[in-house]
Design a protein around this ligand. Structure first.
Ligand SMILES: [Fe+2]
Ligand SMILES: [Fe+2]
Length: 147
């Protein structure tokens, strides 16, 4: 069962980031499947240990690359703020509730993650740095070794 489907409009054109986005989406779908199968404990574990940790690493990777290629400062700052908001909200607000066994919060967290991620990848990644890199003819060779 999938809660997010990959689509062309999520493509940034930066191979490394497209792959990382796909891993994030796959992992979220895994959480969703486990929830649907009633395996809530397993789903929580993956949400906490994989999704939150992976998102954080992925964001740092994007920020590092945007900085390296001189992405306009104001846009970079705005982008970083969005990443920061997401990680903070997830880690400081949603995850503690989930860990307390608050199931309603778990569903909320999953819906929030899906909604935010799709919007962010589309508007700030693909139509943001993706478009900018394409316009500038910049090819980002980066690959994440292990995440
Ligand atoms: Fe991203
Ligand atoms: Fe981003």
């Amino acid at each position: 069962m999938e809660i997010i489907k990959w689509s062309k409009d999520l493509e940034t054109g930066v191979e490394a980031f497209d792959e990382e986005h796909k891993v994030l989406i796959d992992t979220i779908n895994q959480v969703y499947s486990l929830m649907r199968e009633g395996k809530r404990e397993e789903a929580k574990k993956i949400l906490i240990e994989k999704v939150a940790a992976y998102a954080d690493k992925h964001f740092k990777h994007e920020e590092e690359v945007m900085e390296r290629y001189n992405y306009p400062k104001d846009r970079l700052e705005g982008h970083k703020k969005m990443h920061h908001f997401f990680v903070n909200y997830l880690i400081e607000t949603l995850l503690p509730e989930i860990e307390k066994g608050n199931e309603k919060k778990f569903n909320e967290a999953l819906n929030f993650i899906v909604g935010w991620l799709i919007m962010h990848i589309k508007n700030m990644d693909a139509d943001g740095y993706g478009k900018w890199f394409r316009e500038k003819g910049i090819e980002v060779p980066d690959k994440m070794v292990e995440i």
